[in-house]
Design a protein around this ligand. Structure first.
Ligand code: UDP
Ligand code: MG
Length: 315
């Protein structure tokens, strides 16, 4: 009998959890041939999320929970779920019903055929999202796919079902600055994509501010490509070349026609431009340095405040 682990990161999901739990319970009722394990990760919620999960777990021994000491972010929650999942197949599913649990039977059918190592989902629309956010999201995917060798699919959700082989590969990547959308592609394996129409949040509101998303996208770029460093050096090289050529022109011009003092406004602009490019390049360098610095500290990805992982193991 196959065991499926479902990992759900929860951050202030008090309103959506009851809806999600009853939906997923309903789905499992129709999957009698499989065993289930639900792993809820309370990512330092400030509302009653942990209590409601504990409440569920009292009536359902399939529920495991891990509660973090503070908000460590969705990536840490996903990782905590992965290293504690014991299933043959493992799925991520958000608590807000934007990852429809009803897709699970179809996903399982594909993966259990042995033809695929993971079944991933991709939303075909971004309905219900602010247009400006969609615009930047699209731009991000365009840029990162141009810059990076790993395939990072536009509209891909973290909602996917994977086999043990793939999960072990993902766990083996122990880096601190995690960008799962890139890691999934980086580890390879055969993936089946299931497109579906975007679903609006069942309750509560998105936990990602524009700023949080922007930082996350920087994380993705820095984690999956060093191209910006190369671009900075190329721009530097081109500018050197250009300034040498201009220097020659100015020397010849001065020798032929003398040197009346003029053109200070254009000079100021050029100084500003070069200064700007220099700072921008140092900034790029700084991003990589900062990530390296954080990575070398080898801090844990999360700190557990409370869990029932071992309780259920002893049973
Ligand atoms: N989440 C989390 N930690 C965070 C932010 C979000 O565990 O710091 C969880 C959240 O509870 C939800 C999932 O990650 O189950 C996706 O978050 P959300 O729905 O806010 O993101 P969106 O769907 O808007 O991209
Ligand atoms: Mg959501």
């Amino acid at each position: 009998m196959d065991k499926i682990s479902i990992i759900t990161p929860c951050f202030n999901e008090f309103d959506s959890l009851p809806i999600f739990y009853s939906a997923i319970k309903e789905v499992t009722l129709h999957m009698k041939e499989q065993n289930f394990e639900f792993i809820f990760i309370d990512d330092g919620s400030k509302d009653n999320t942990l209590n409601i999960i504990k409440n569920f777990s009292e009536h359902d021994s399939r529920i495991k929970f891990i509660s973090f000491s503070r908000n460590f972010g969705k990536e840490s929650a996903m990782y905590a779920g992965l290293i504690n999942a014991t299933g043959d197949y493992i799925a991520f599913m958000d608590a807000d019903m934007q990852d429809p649990p009803s897709l699970l039977p179809e996903m399982y059918r594909y993966i259990s055929s042995g033809e695929y190592d993971s079944v991933a989902t991709r939303r075909t629309t971004r309905e219900g999202e602010p247009p400006i956010r969609s615009f930047f999201a699209r731009m991000f995917y365009k840029i990162i796919n141009k810059l990076s060798k790993s395939d990072i699919v536009d509209g891909a959700r973290d909602f996917r079902l994977m086999n043990r082989k793939m999960v072990d590969a993902i766990i083996s990547i122990g880096e601190y600055n995690r960008f799962s959308k890139g890691i999934f592609g980086w580890v390879g394996f055969r993936t089946k994509w299931l497109p579906y129409v975007n679903v609006k949040r069942a309750a509560g509101e998105t936990k990602w501010s524009f700023w949080k998303l922007f930082l996350y996208s920087l994380e993705g770029i820095v984690a999956f490509t060093t191209a910006p460093l190369a671009i900075a050096s190329i721009i530097g090289f081109l500018l050197c070349f250009l300034s040498l050529a201009l220097l020659c022109v100015i020397v010849v011009k001065t020798l032929l026609w003398g040197d009346p003092v003029s053109g200070w406004p254009s000079m100021t602009c050029i100084i500003l431009l070069i200064g700007g490019i220099q700072l921008f390049s140092i900034g790029i360098l700084g991003q990589y340095l900062a990530k390296t610095y954080i990575e070398t500290k080898k801090r844990p990805l999360f700190i557990v405040n409370e869990d029932n992982i071992n309780v259920n193991k002893e049973k």
